[in-house]
Design a protein around this ligand. Structure first.
Ligand SMILES: Nc1ncnc2c1ncn2[C@@H]1O[C@H](COP(=O)(O)OP(=O)(O)OP(=O)(O)O)[C@@H](O)[C@H]1O
Length: 658
């Protein structure tokens, strides 16, 4: 609260009055009434309620009685309503939403809970219907332009911080839609020639009906400052972006462009580097070597690009210290949260071309936002007249669906999986799960010849898998072989705790290793132990989620080795490691950006676990390159496939729709 209020006797008086109107005297009392309340919800409401009722002027403004009283409540009900609204916003943000839609709470009994047998444990709080709710909110004048911590729009309530982030992103999208900036940079004839070279279409002027969306993605990205290439696993996003980079390099030749490639995590950056190297080497003979030589492949993390400042949320690069870049490719965008995306766009110079890649069906970011799904809404409704004619001219494809405006012009969806045999188990299960078909997906798992459904008793299958994949780790002759063996297989869990959680399964694996002859496996550190960092250490350059192996060096010392995106190892003395854990099993969340030849996914027997969703299953399933096995009760599987994650936001790709 501002000192202006603290120092004002009038404000003091009002403050005491409002506090006396608070609906609860303590967190414990609130917790008895409201189901699933955590301290942050309660204390945020306690802190903000006062500041919203009392006008907070700028330091130079004169604080008068009139200004205070115009917005100060005269009754307990209003204070209670605002208090509960702030709790509701806090809960919505904890669930990853950037806002709280008013229609979600109006007329509802909030935080009410009754057990299956009807016993009410939490009475909750009843919100007014939409009209009185809106009237109340407009009396508080929580408009975007007033400097208050809560913002109310026509549809939703926001914490100002997230409202501002969303506005910045909306402005960025709108600005790129009206001004693509790159549109006139290259002559169409040059683009046509370049696309024909890359996609091997002999110089024909005839239009073709069957659209190659990879070619469209390249053409589409070439004339836009912002473009999104979205698609499921193996649909060729990296393959396509490699061709895009080839096109950019060749069209800009001889000018040398500054191009950066990033991903949200170290593992994802490493995978992007590997995939780009594979793609580049696959194009030898097809694309001129002087072009291939100029395509960058070394990816880094988003944090590293922006420049982490230890213990600060801000980065070295921002609106006043922009990146020196001409092209930026961001992979695995589904993992990027709203604040991070905004920090990234703030740091981009005006002319920099931004290409976003990702799979919007995967789990959204851990923190607030569902940026990729919001920026690339589905279904794709079609291209504007101008974009349609540009695409037809340069790709020679016809039949693009028309749309009344340019809202979807920057988006290309790739749908054909090139990695999974669409008739193979992984591809089919992933498709059935994400489209919500619990019965068919379960039946498909049940009918596999090589069992895809494992017993719920992990002792029945874990020892054999440990002996196959984990026991040989310590016996590998070289560290690189151990990393490659470790990358073959992983146990994925939905939860950390419980019988089917990461913690228990890691313990079980170490016990099996010990019983099978690895007598070091009950030590904190031992040769061949895989570990995952669980806390950022900017000094060491280790980040939450980084995976390493403890290995004996040539001097006989145990050292933790971490593979870097450039193929080198970061080495750290075990005693200097930030907090870490064993990683034979890891949560599905943490596997985003990774893939394994064979995986086992273990789901909790408690089907009511809040974490379960079809996106969680899909993310887990699509980490498997080949072998997929699942240990789940049928009820858990059905519950998960039937639950779809919905995150609310006000990000608008199509402003005319709202
Ligand atoms: N048009 C194509 N012709 C031949 N092979 C292709 C084509 N497109 C993609 N591929 C191959 O399919 C595989 C998957 O492609 P890629 O790695 O680019 O997919 P991705 O969408 O980036 O996958 P992920 O989501 O897992 O990162 C690669 O081996 C790639 O070479």
């Amino acid at each position: 609260m501002s000192s202006l209020i603290e120092n004002s006797p009038v404000a003091h008086q009002y403050k005491s009055m409002i506090e006396s109107f608070y609906p609860y005297k303590s967190f414990n009392q609130a917790q008895e009434q409201l189901h699933d309340l955590v301290p942050i919800d309660y204390f945020l409401a306690k802190e903000l309620t006062i500041t919203l009722f009392i006008f907070i002027g700028s330091p130079n403004s004169v604080f008068t009685d009139a200004e205070v009283s115009s917005e100060v409540p005269t009754n307990k009900e209003d204070v209670s309503l605002l208090f509960h609204l702030i709790i509701a916003i806090s809960k919505a943000i904890r669930a990853g939403n950037s806002c709280l839609p008013l229609s979600n709470i109006a007329g509802s009994r909030f935080c009410f809970y009754a057990s299956d047998n009807g016993i009410v444990s939490h009475n909750g709080y009843e919100f007014p219907l939409i009209v009185p709710l809106k009237n109340f909110l407009s009396s508080l004048a929580l408009t975007p332009d007033k400097n208050k911590a809560i913002v109310v729009t026509e549809q939703a309530l926001y914490l100002r911080r997230y409202y501002n982030f969303e506005q910045e992103l909306n402005d960025f999208i709108a600005d790129n839609q009206t001004n693509t900036r790159l549109a006139s940079r290259f002559a169409s004839a040059a683009i046509v020639q370049c696309l024909n070279d890359l996609f091997k279409i002999e110089g024909t002027n005839n239009c073709v009906d069957e659209i190659d969306w990879q070619k469209v993605a390249v053409a589409n990205a070439l004339n836009k400052r912002l473009s999104i290439i979205a698609g499921g696993p193996g649909t060729g996003k990296t393959y396509t972006v490699t061709k895009l980079l080839a096109a950019i390099v060749s069209l800009n030749s001889p000018e040398a462009l500054k191009i950066a490639l990033v991903a949200p995590t170290g593992k994802a950056a490493q995978r992007l580097t590997e995939s780009l190297l594979n793609a580049i080497s696959g194009f030898k003979g097809e694309i001129a070597s002087e072009i291939l030589d100029k395509i960058p492949y070394q990816a880094q993390t988003l944090h590293r690009l922006l420049g982490v400042i230890p213990n600060k949320v801000n980065f070295r690069h921002h609106q006043d210290n922009k990146l020196t870049l001409d092209v930026l490719v961001v992979d695995e965008v589904s993992m990027v949260d709203l604040p991070m995306m905004v920090r990234l766009i703030r740091a981009l110079p005006e002319h920099c071309q931004l290409v976003l890649l990702g799979d919007a069906d995967q789990l959204p970011s851990v923190a607030v936002g569902n940026v990729l799904a919001d920026l690339a809404p589905r279904p794709h409704k079609g291209y504007s007249k101008a974009n349609k004619s540009y695409l037809t001219e340069v790709t020679r494809f016809k039949g693009f669906k028309p749309f009344k405006n340019n809202a979807y012009d920057h988006i290309t969806f790739l749908t054909k999986s090139r990695r999974f045999d669409s008739k193979g188990l992984v591809g089919r299960i992933a498709e059935l799960v994400i489209t919500g078909d619990a019965t068919k997906s379960w039946n498909l798992l049940a009918e596999q010849e090589i069992p895809a459904l494992l017993s719920l008793n992990i002792n029945q299958w874990l020892p054999q898998l440990v002996k196959q994949y984990y026991l040989p780790l310590a016996k590998c002759e070289e560290l690189s072989k151990a990393f490659s063996l470790f990358g073959q297989f992983r146990i994925l869990c939905a939860t950390r705790v419980g019988l089917e959680g990461v913690e228990n399964i890691n313990q079980q694996v170490e016990q099996i290793l010990y019983n099978s002859g690895n007598t070091q496996a009950n030590n904190q550190f031992y040769h061949g132990k895989p570990i995952m960092i669980t806390q950022n250490d900017y000094g060491l350059g280790l980040f939450n989620g980084d995976i390493g192996l403890v290995w004996t060096n040539e001097k006989g010392m145990l050292i933790a080795y971490f593979e870097q995106p450039n193929g080198e190892y970061l080495t750290v003395l075990p005693s200097r490691l930030p907090s870490f854990e064993s990683v034979y099993a890891m949560t599905i969340h943490k596997t985003q950006g990774s893939e394994f030849q064979h995986l086992v996914m273990v789901l909790p027997q408690n089907k009511d676990s809040k974490i379960l969703s079809r996106e969680l299953l899909y993310t887990g399933i699509t980490r498997a390159k080949k072998g997929l096995q699942i240990a789940s009760a049928q009820s858990t599987w059905f519950q998960s496939v039937d639950t779809q994650i919905k995150r609310y936001s006000g990000i608008q790709t199509d402003t005319n729709e709202h």
